[in-house]
Design a protein around this ligand. Structure first.
Ligand code: ADP
Ligand code: MG
Length: 689
């Protein structure tokens, strides 16, 4: 019941309705950092304004203020004080709710301290109203404290809402299309437009867009995102598949049985919500420190009251005032804000620069990068291949080669495949149905067409499947020498044709490599393509090392090798074949336009699919790192000095602090942390060469 309550409130803080929804589904999820606010910015601002107005009569009836301005005090003054302070106290109950949550979660933090301070101050004041001899009235101090805290929380809630907004922008950038089959033809439609009984094609590496039943095709499905089961399950005709499961090696035609809620749009939101819950390592340090500081603040407060009252024999009101000041000033508020404010701004800056950081805990690692390893096709090159030449062998017609290749490639998510299909369609080829389709990552595809087994893929793949005639070998050699990508078509055990495709290097790839070098970072390229093409691209881009003919598991091994030499390695890739390497890398970076598996495996997604954004990410992470350290040092330093000051340790020099001054100092320290983080907005992420 309690959770329920908390959730309603939390939801209102969420800038996106749908995010709030997915939160509710998860039940337990909470922003854990002690400094993070759980109220909405608007709500805090409303409370702040009301309290501002109430403060005026409260101040005017306060004996000290009234005395200062020579305002006569009237008899009912103390009851007016009591009344107004009680209303203000009512507005501060929001802090108590959060404190209760902190206590229940055993994450004692600033709300706990604030609540004890405000609660104690209010109760002592009320006691004094009824038993005047007590002289423990701090209505005005407590009210001012509440006022300052409300404003602080308004600022904080606003900044976390900004981060939420930045992330919701990502939702628009991530691919959300499905291949709908209409009269045997493939059409790209938004997932939101899918209806029950629609037929959709799911290609290798892609997610099933909504729940359904397999109508044709077969594939192993990775359901780890849906059920947590990590072993792929085989699905064929008649089996049910759930939204979000990923086709590993085959392609499926799925008849949808349930759309909406469970569709992969929800998955993207889950991804974004999950991203919002990750935090940098420094945030964990800050959280731990905040917990420790909360306890030390409480102990010091109790000690302060005890020492000043019992040992030094001061009045109780004096001792309590100091105690409350300690609680207030020692709030690890700045510490709670130190990292979240930086990450908030970093997140939205990143989004603006084409980078979605799925896993914020990698931010400290990114800035230490020694190596960036790029996949070639689709990452450094556009992948918008044009078919430049088609050859038929053993009397097979060129048109037949194109038809066969394209029929199989319809089921492939590989960009080479798309290029071939586009080419065939432009030539007016009639594509046929393919059975037993299978994707062999990093090599090519297989399937049966017109009752015969076919394979389409690179030279290495073909050598495994067919014995090549000297004519074929000569032709292959001729094409390879031109440094073009070759796609061979095998029927039975015989090479029947060859398509050459030309890829173009992304214009931004040149500056990417250059800028990484200026940053002192080495660049490597891994590709499943042939040696000649790889070498040509590597030379052109001036990368430090390259590896060609690399299979998915080899990509992984190459990365391991680099890591074992003591390098921090970032891997950038787009394909099914890149997923293992993306997971193995210190930081996996997926190309947004790439396959769903890559996006899932990555810690970061390049939403514009621009490799140069990797440089921006690294520059950003370096600046963010510095900010986080600055804020941590400042926030910790503040508490170390402020606590003894509030406790009256410097009393020998006549230095005491009042609770409201404590609140002001505490808020000021937070403002400094926030302001320092805000400076990040102005940073220039362009690395010059
Ligand atoms: P990269 O690692 O550069 O992104 P891939 O590993 O995805 O390249 O592909 C390696 C090679 O395998 C390609 O250059 C191509 O020759 C071949 N290949 C892979 N998939 C296909 C496919 N669907 N159709 C044709 N060739 C393919
Ligand atoms: Mg690729």
């Amino acid at each position: 019941m309690d959770h329920q309550h908390h959730h309603n409130e939390h939801s209102s803080a969420q800038p996106m309705e749908h995010m709030a929804h997915s939160h509710a589904q998860h039940g337990e999820h909470q922003h854990g950092s002690p400094g993070m606010s759980h109220g909405s910015a608007k709500d805090f601002l409303r409370r702040f304004f009301i309290v501002s107005i109430l403060l005026i009569p409260l101040a005017l009836t306060n004996s000290a203020v009234a005395g200062f301005f020579h305002i006569p005090l009237f008899a009912l003054g103390k009851w007016i004080q009591f009344g107004i302070a009680t209303i203000i106290f009512g507005f501060s109950l929001v802090f108590f709710q959060h404190a209760r949550h902190e206590i229940m979660m055993r994450k004692y933090g600033m709300m706990t301290l604030v609540s004890i301070a405000v609660g104690a101050g209010y109760l002592f004041s009320v006691a004094s109203t009824f038993i005047p001899s007590l002289h423990t009235e701090f209505y005005l101090e407590i009210a001012t404290l509440v006022w300052v805290l409300l404003f602080g929380h308004y600022l904080e809630a606003r900044s976390s809402a900004a981060a939420g907004n930045a992330l919701s922008e990502v939702a628009k950038l991530l691919p959300k299309q499905a291949h709908k089959m209409v009269d045997g033809k493939e059409e790209e439609v938004a997932i939101g437009e899918l209806k029950v009984n629609d037929m959709v094609l799911v290609k290798p590496g892609e997610k099933v867009p909504a729940d359904g039943e397999v109508a044709a095709g077969e594939s192993h499905m990775n359901e780890s995102l849906v059920s947590g089961e990590s072993k792929p399950v085989h699905k064929g005709k008649g089996d049910t598949v759930v939204a979000g499961s990923i086709a590993v090696d085959g392609s499926l035609t799925v008849r949808l049985t349930r759309v909406g809620e469970s569709s992969t749009i929800g998955q993207i939101q889950k991804l974004i919500t999950a991203a919002g819950e990750t935090k940098p390592r420094s945030a964990r340090i800050a959280d731990k420190a905040a917990g420790v500081l909360t306890f030390s603040a409480l102990s010091v407060a109790i000690l302060t009251v005890t020492v000043w009252f019992f040992v030094f024999g001061h009045s109780f009101v004096f001792a309590i005032t100091l105690g409350i000041t300690v609680l207030v000033i020692a709030c690890p508020h700045a510490l709670g804000l130190a990292i979240p404010t930086v990450t908030t701004i970093a997140t939205s800056l990143a989004v603006k620069n084409g980078v979605f950081i799925k896993n914020l805990s990698k931010i400290e690692v990114i800035q230490k990068a020694d190596y960036v390893v790029f996949d070639k096709t689709g990452t450094l090159t556009t992948g918008s291949f044009g078919v430049t030449n088609v050859i038929g062998f053993s009397g097979v017609d060129v048109a037949e080669v194109v038809r066969a290749a394209a029929s199989l490639e319809q089921h492939s998510s590989h960009i080479i495949g798309q290029a071939i299909v586009d080419y065939a369609k432009a030539k007016g080829a009639r594509l046929s149905e393919v059975l037993d389709f299978k994707n062999v990552a990093g090599k090519g595809i297989q399937g049966s067409l017109d009752g015969q087994p076919y394979a389409v893929g690179n030279v290495a793949f073909v050598r495994e499947l067919a014995t090549l005639s000297t004519e074929a070998e000569e032709q292959i050699e001729a094409v390879l020498s031109k440094a073009e990508t070759v796609v061979c078509v095998v029927r039975g055990g015989q090479l029947v044709g060859m398509l050459t495709v030309a890829d173009t290097i992304k214009p931004e790839a040149y500056e990417t490599v250059k800028k990484l070098h200026t940053l002192g970072i080495k660049v490597a390229m891994l590709t499943g393509d042939n040696e000649r093409v790889a070498e040509a691209v590597a030379k052109e881009l001036k990368v430090d090392t390259f590896f060609a003919n690399v299979l998915p598991e080899d990509k992984y091994a190459h990365l391991r090798a680099l890591q074992q030499q003591g390098n921090i390695v970032l891997m950038v890739g787009d394909g099914v074949n890149d997923a293992p390497a993306l997971t193995q890398a210190d930081v996996g970076i997926a190309i947004g336009a790439g396959t769903d598996v890559a996006v899932e495996a990555g810690d970061v997604v390049l939403t514009r699919s621009n490799p140069a954004d990797v440089v921006r990410l690294i520059v950003l992470s370096k600046k963010v790192y510095v900010k986080m350290i600055q804020n941590l040092v400042w926030a910790l330093g503040y508490n170390i000095i402020a606590i003894p000051a509030a406790a009256g340790v410097f009393a020998a020099w006549g230095f005491f602090l009042r609770p409201e001054i404590g609140a002001l100092i505490m808020s000021l320290s937070s403002v400094i942390v926030v302001a320092n983080a805000l400076l990040l907005r102005r940073v220039d992420l362009e690395q010059r060469t």
